[in-house]
Design a protein around this ligand. Structure first.
Ligand SMILES: *Cc1c(COP(=O)(O)O)cnc(C)c1O
Length: 369
């Protein structure tokens, strides 16, 4: 009845173990919709990973910390995972960041991300023993210190000897060639910042570096320890272990000209109307139209009598390995598909494969075998 994510448990867990084993110091990212699995489940899985024997040296810290996206997400993970929690959104002196900072029970476990000098001063006034990473601005241009900003940090930290620097963080854009030279340039700034000596000054938290890039950096900067913050590659890295299915709830034969749906459309051809689970509440949206949207493309599909020419749009639901058309835009929890005459008609209760973006889908059920 549900939009279901089915996970081949042994295969998925094997992939998680393998990925963690290959990345000493790994920091699993558990944010947003929990990559489709849910935040709570991933927090428990991170705890499980932390307890695995991955063959790393003591002090590698693999999975001793998880990363949430926002302060608001802490509540979902804090009871299910026992280690440290780094928040990827930078600390600011307002909102839920302040509530979390004021929480004495969390103080020892929380690692803040700080990207502005005034925030660092403010945080340390409120919590002189706060744990934090300093974010260095990258070509992402999202958050973080400039090189000049980092230079001033040393002075602030010397004024707060209890402050606990856990590292410098760098968030690189996805793909787009190698990040090695940018990372090296930014590391030069870290050296120049003359941060107070300690493990923190020699730890770099990175995102979106390939294994080859990481290995290259580690070889070039042997005195630094690199920690990968990873979500997609970890949780969704073994796609063959994941399948998403919807259930056929109803099947109605349609004659050309029959009226159906919220909008009283008429069927352009004979076929079947399928009502299947999965709608806007799950994040099922309209995919790109099947054809070329340009005028010329539209004229050509019109001439061919294609269904997209009458406004039918491709859906993420497949029958017999073919993506089928929405009969109308998805409803809140169900969708209507149009199946032209000639295609095999599924029965009520049959399961259909659904292509989704895991990071944008809310499943009714997640079944881990
Ligand atoms: C979301 C996020 C990640 C994880 O990204 P994936 O592409 O899911 O691995 C890493 N670092 C930062 C700063 C992020 O915001």
């Amino acid at each position: 009845m549900s939009l279901t994510l089915t996970v081949d448990g042994p295969r998925w867990r094997e992939h998680l173990r393998r990925t963690a084993a290959a990345h000493p110091g790994l920091v699993p990212v558990v944010k947003g919709n929990g990559y489709g699995f849910g935040l709570g489940r991933l927090a428990r899985r991170t705890q499980w990973l932390a307890e695995q024997d991955l063959g790393h040296e003591p002090g590698a810290g693999t999975c001793d910390t998880l990363a949430v996206g926002t302060y608001d997400e802490i509540g979902e993970v804090a009871q299910r995972f026992g280690g440290s929690i780094v928040v990827l959104t930078p600390w600011r002196p307002f909102g839920t960041a302040l509530e979390a900072t004021d929480d004495d029970h969390l103080a020892e476990r929380l690692v803040h991300t700080v990207g502005r000098l005034e925030d660092l001063r403010d945080l340390l006034e409120r919590r002189p023993r706060a744990r934090f990473v300093l974010e260095r601005m990258t070509s992402m241009q999202r958050h973080g210190f400039t090189a000049r900003g980092l230079w001033s940090v040393g002075e602030v930290l010397r004024a707060h000897p209890g402050a606990r620097l856990e590292g410098v963080a760098m968030h690189f854009p996805l793909a787009h060639g190698s990040h090695t030279s940018e990372a090296s340039r930014l590391l030069t700034d870290v050296v120049g910042a003359e941060l107070p000596e300690g493990d923190g000054a020699r730890t770099v938290w990175v995102s979106h570096l390939s294994d080859a890039e990481l290995a290259g950096l580690a070889a070039r900067w042997p005195e630094y320890r690199f920690r990968s913050r990873m979500g997609t590659g970890l949780w969704l890295g073994e796609r063959s272990a994941l399948s998403v299915t919807s259930t056929v709830l109803d099947v109605h034969p349609l004659e050309r000209g029959d009226v159906f749906g919220y909008r009283g459309r008429t069927a352009p051809k004979s076929g079947h109307l399928l009502v299947v689970t999965g709608g806007t509440a799950h994040g099922i949206g309209l995919e790109a139209p099947t054809g070329d949207l340009g005028l010329r493309g539209r004229a050509a599909t019109l001439a061919r009598g294609g269904l997209d020419a009458v406004g039918f749009v491709r859906s993420p639901f497949s029958i017999d390995a073919k993506q089928r058309l929405f009969a109308e835009p998805p409803h809140m929890q169900a969708s209507m598909l149009f199946l032209p005459t000639g295609a095999r008609v599924p029965a009520v209760g049959d399961l259909l494969d659904v292509r989704v973006r895991y990071t944008a889908t809310t499943f009714d059920r997640v079944v881990v075998t």
